[in-house]
Design a protein around this ligand. Sequence first.
Ligand code: F6R
Length: 604
Amino acid sequence: MCGIYGFIGEGKVEELINGLKKLEYRGYDSAGIAFAKDGTLVVEKHTGKVDELRDFISNDLKDKIRAGIAHTRWATHGVPNDVNAHPQTDCTNKIAVVHNGIIENFSALRAQLQAEGHKFTSQTDTEVVAHLVEKYFEGDLLEAVRKAILDLEGTYAIGVLHADVEDEIIFARKKSPLVLTADGERSFCASDVTPLLSKNREVVFLEDGQIARLKAGTFEIFESSGKKVQPTSKYIEWSEKDAEKGGYKHFMLKEIHEEPRVLSDALVGRIKDDEVYLKELEGWEDYLKSVDKINVIACGTSYHAGLVFKYFFESLRPFNIEVEVSSEYRYRNVLIDDKTLTVAISQSGETADTLESVRLVKSRGGKVLAISNVVGSTLTREADKTIYINAGPEISVASTKAYIGQLVVLYLLALYLEKINGHDHKEIVQNVSKLPQLADNFIISSADKIENAAEKYVGYSNFMYIGRGINFPSALEGALKLKEISYTNAVGYQAGELKHGPIALLDEKFPVMAIAVDDKLREKMISNILETKARNAHVVAILTKGDESTAKIVDDAIFLPQLPDYLYPFLIGTTFQLFAYHVANGRNLNIDMPRNLAKSVTVE
Ligand code: F6R
């Protein structure tokens, strides 16, 4: 949440805006930049999106600067307005600070600094950092930041610029990511890799507690004790093009259309002769044989992927799997023994609650396997092992292709655990390996039909998604997708739960999305559909091709090909993503940046 960007070396003000643009999906309540001009600190900040800031400072964009820091905000402390936008400054108006995260002891620090004579102008927790740096600054900016962060409790990624210190900018992190790179003449730091891809794909991830000093073309890293450390770099495979819209109206639509490629990239090298190979799990064979319980932890869409995993694995053999949202799991008194495997799913690898759950598991001696999309993210560094989904950068705030990538990797994991335990599922492996083609055919043949169906439902304020068995998590995910981007009050239920309360909601203004594909629970689903029709609800049904009898009793049908039960969640996932997209598009909403949300929830 929130985006940080900064550079040092010859450049233009525009560079800061361009960097921020690529981070805007991290937060977009307000945006701001700071740079020094002839010993004077210039701060420009504005409520709203980065383009509004760009218009606001349009006359200055070509100005040459030696260094700058920039921020796009997702408000935590203080309403989104110009004053609370970052950068925040100190009393001398020489120091500018950008910050991601939450300073938990900011009230105490603020009171203490006020008692010492510091004057505050904003409601933000960030402003205390600017005043602390001012307090400790005696000519050495690195040292002042080092002392300031020793006073901070909570989470932070900060960038600091001093108008009198021309040749360096400082960054520091604790539990909120920062990535560094240099291109020979300039050095850059950002809260994720996307704005760095065009600079140099050899990057360094700052570790917790570390401080970076950037000079033109180089950077150094220090521990909080002041001891210098040798950075280790990582090469990022993603290209700059991966993070662009490529002709689509929105990133979300582009990312949905990438799903066949995502499936293929997630599978590549992992299936051979109808067997699953996960080289990431090498050395764990004996441990995995002994595992008798799997705890899955994740949030939001990743949690829904975890639920599908549970149903899929149980369809292979009875197994003890618990799936829990991380924000609950981390406060539970869970039993973790040496036969428990914890699987932490996070597209970004930076979700605060998932990371805290992982730390809980590790503090109790448990082993953690991460499923993530972001190379070098905090989760992947803290987990014992990681399987990457290789989906490429996901820019749209609503997760789409990463969900499909998570599903397929989780299927591979289940099949690999089966293989390790001597259970052979050749036919299932074969079917999983056909997913890229299946998804491709489906998108080509059905995208327009889904769009047509969605257009009829643009005007509704409510929606209920229902499913059973392995398709129940898809109901949750479909409802989440619709509510987050179209602001429809969408809810997901196990269809069997309808009679226990939710059916009271239904009438002609409350449509139902029912998953009634040709699986072992189809008949039960048809009964549920009839119950909803009896309450005058409009029903859109996801059916298997050829099911004309069910198509006759519903208002709209979207057909999927005949598939083994366990493959339906993939195509249903894509269907619901497209449906939500077209409802939101029909309402002309800002689909890639829905209100109140941000990519990567790095605060609790
Ligand atoms: C919904 C969505 C969120 C994320 C959730 C977890 O479309 O994107 O629900 O799935 O915030 O994020 P990660 O997977 O990065 O931990």
